[in-house]
Design a protein around this ligand. Structure first.
Ligand code: ADP
Ligand code: ZN
Length: 643
């Protein structure tokens, strides 16, 4: 076991520094390399670590897979005292603790699922200062006398993971989180770091307020997930389309999201019939069945979970290679969060979705029929519109997605269907003038549905009552069908020609004069993609080829047989220890091993993800796998070993 000495008297007593761990290991950079096996901090990690090291508090907004954990784990090891990590889910805590133990870090989790034996051991460790990180659920932290006990010992920091759980706006609201605000008063000297992958400004403001982080710093990382390829397809025969998509991803782990429980059950059965290792997951299944499904997904390598949105939080499996949506999610935020479960390890992953106008009325109804307040319903409708806008957008999906979160991506990404398979553009300048005129003539207060009725020359009761059949714009738009007009109006809204009326009642009014005036004067040449006419919708072209994980790592050639041999070895290790394989080594590490083929322990220590504990524990075994695989496959391609 490798010890990570900390500048506290207690820890060094039970864990004396060895020759391999000089005292300067309280330096973050050194800890990053020695414990975690990484060469450099990523994005804002370093600034965050330095801020916390200096005693500062704050809020970290980073996308899934961005590397939030290191932001508190490194300071936890560098600052004196115990670091307390509040986390809402037992499975997640246990995973993190397991991974830390593998790194030689003294960590433990305290939650209601803990058996009495391990619990007693934990208290002993806690009392004798033998722990560096304590993961604890919020209710457990606040129950009994734990806070008093903590107050008696030096504390390195508090980390509050999944901090959006404190927000009533979010979908993961947990009442216990509200009480975490009290930590500020109770432990004014201890840095508090809240972390979340939710970027929504409203949620952000609520976290800062409720956790009393007003004097802290906010660290906002880019929410781009460049390794995720966004592929959207018109929905025709969703299950056949899904099967075709899965066929391109055999042998990989993924999640398929569907809206209803019955659809989940049906699809899971279909996939099983087609030979996939598929499991269903939704809130209607018994707890044991659900946790068995989760367990299978975590430990298996090619399991496909078919799920409702009940499957989500706490999935931190790093090697999910695809997330497929056969139904439209309810908002762009939800889409981002659900697709964000793919590719946490940074390797190529795909977010695939079939969508069609048929999804929309049902989603609208869900919102209208809910018991939420009118204000909340309007917000939900707005969020849904943003998602539809994204699904219909011309050009780069990623630009639209990031713009929604307030980020501008200067160039098209080159890794989405909009970039890879550009749709043909249609000259829509005149149609756009007509749409804008219709908005104007009807008084800039009606929503798209009525405006389209007028354009198409409809004779609805509303039109007759308001006399809109007498307007010059009535019936001037018969060259496009309803779906095309709706799409055009959404795109015009997305581009700023139109905007939702300020009263928030769903009406449309003019957007920026700078755009509208030149358009009406005929000075703008507007080309946009439109959906094909309703009667002609047919199958779209074949999907873009997706890169496999192994070819995309820095372009170096990778010996696939060696990756497989390493995976087999890892599987066996994981089985013996009863942990998920990625806790032993991430795919990324195995791929790098296969690419570099290190010949000795020194070379092995340079590989990303191999810190001193893993080097000591697995080093020889890994070298043996490499040597054996090379002998089996011919040693000519081994750069790191003399024959
Ligand atoms: P998050 O909690 O933000 O979703 P994690 O903390 O689980 O993300 O990190 C995602 C992955 O990135 C993990 O596999 C982690 O080990 C890896 N990682 C984080 N920081 C670094 C870094 N500086 N260098 C290399 N890998 C990193
Ligand atoms: Zn793109």
């Amino acid at each position: 076991m490798v010890c990570v000495p900390k500048p506290s008297a207690v820890s060094s007593a039970s864990c004396p520094p060895t020759a391999a761990t000089p005292p300067e290991s309280t330096d973050p950079q050194t800890v990053l390399r020695r414990v975690f096996g990484y060469d450099a901090f990523r994005g804002p990690q370093e600034a965050i670590v330095r801020h916390v090291m200096g005693g500062g508090s704050g809020l970290v907004l980073m996308p899934t897979g961005g590397g939030k954990s290191l932001c508190y784990q490194v300071p936890a090891l560098c600052r004196p005292g115990l670091a307390v990590v509040v986390s809402p889910l037992i499975a997640l805590m246990d995973d993190q603790v397991e991974a830390l133990l593998q790194l030689g870090v003294r960590a433990a989790a305290l939650h209601s699922g803990l058996a009495s034996g391990p619990a007693a051991a934990l208290w002993r460790q806690l009392n004798s200062g033998e722990l560096d990180l304590l993961y604890v659920s919020p209710e457990r932290l606040l129950a009994g006398d734990l806070l008093e006990r903590l107050a008696e010992r030096p504390l390195a920091l508090f980390a509050i993971d999944e901090a959006h759980c404190v927000s009533q706006w979010g979908h993961d609201f947990r009442p216990e989180y509200i009480q975490l605000g009290a930590l500020a008063e109770r432990f004014p000297q201890v840095p508090r770091l809240a972390l979340t992958a939710t970027a929504d400004p409203r949620t952000r403001a609520e976290i800062v307020k409720r956790l009393a982080l007003e004097n802290g710093q906010v660290f906002l990382a880019s929410f781009d997930r460049p390794n995720i390829r966004y592929l959207l397809r018109p929905k025709e025969q969703p299950s056949a389309q899904l099967l075709q998509f899965l066929g391109e991803h055999r042998g990989m782990a993924g999640i398929v999201y569907a809206r209803s429980r019955s659809r989940v059950d049906r699809l899971a059965a279909e996939l099983k019939g087609a030979g996939y290792d598929a499991v269903a997951y939704h809130a209607g299944l018994a707890t044991e069945i659900r946790s068995a499904a989760l367990q299978r997904f975590r430990t298996g390598s090619a399991v496909v979970v078919v799920a409702t949105i009940a499957f989500g939080m706490g999935i931190d499996k790093p090697d999910v290679r695809f997330v497929a949506h056969v139904d439209l999610p309810k908002s762009l935020e939800a889409y981002y969060q659900e697709t964000g479960r793919a590719g946490r390890d940074g390797l190529p992953a795909v977010a695939w979705m079939v969508h069609g106008p048929g999804d929309v009325p049902q989603l609208r109804r869900f919102i209208d029929d809910s018991s939420a307040s009118e204000e909340h319903k309007r917000i939900e409708h707005g969020k849904l519109e943003a998602l539809i806008g994204f699904s219909e957008a011309a050009g780069c999906r990623r630009q639209v997605l990031l713009r929604h979160f307030g980020e501008e991506l200067a160039e098209p990404c080159g890794n989405c269907d909009g970039c890879l398979e550009p749709r043909p553009l249609v000259q829509v300048s005149v149609a756009a003038q007509k749409a804008i005129s219709a908005v104007y003539r009807t008084g800039q207060r009606f929503g798209a549905a009525h405006v389209v009725d007028v354009l198409l020359g409809g004779s609805t009761e509303k039109i007759r009552q308001l006399g809109h059949d007498q307007l010059s714009v009535h019936g001037i738009g018969r060259e496009l069908d309803r779906g095309q007009w709706r799409s055009l109006i959404r795109q015009l809204t997305g581009l700023g020609y139109l905007q939702p009326a300020a009263d928030g009642r769903g009406g449309l009014c003019f957007g920026s004069d700078l755009l509208v005036k030149p358009l009406l004067r005929g000075e703008t040449n507007l080309e946009l993609p439109l959906p094909p006419p309703q009667k002609e919708r047919r199958r779209s072209g074949s999907p873009a080829q997706t890169t496999t994980a192994t070819t995309a790592l820095g372009g170096s050639r990778v010996d696939d047989a060696l990756v497989e041999a390493l995976k087999a070895w890892r599987r066996e290790q994981a089985r013996q220890q009863g942990v998920p394989p990625y806790v032993v080594f991430h795919d990324r590490t195995l791929i790098e091993l296969a690419a570099r083929q290190p010949g000795d322990l020194n070379a092995l220590a340079q590989v990303s993800g191999i810190g001193s504990a893993k080097l000591e524990r697995y080093g020889e075994a890994v070298l043996a796998v490499i040597v054996t695989a090379a002998a089996a496959g011919g040693a000519d391609s081994r750069p790191g070993l003399t024959p």
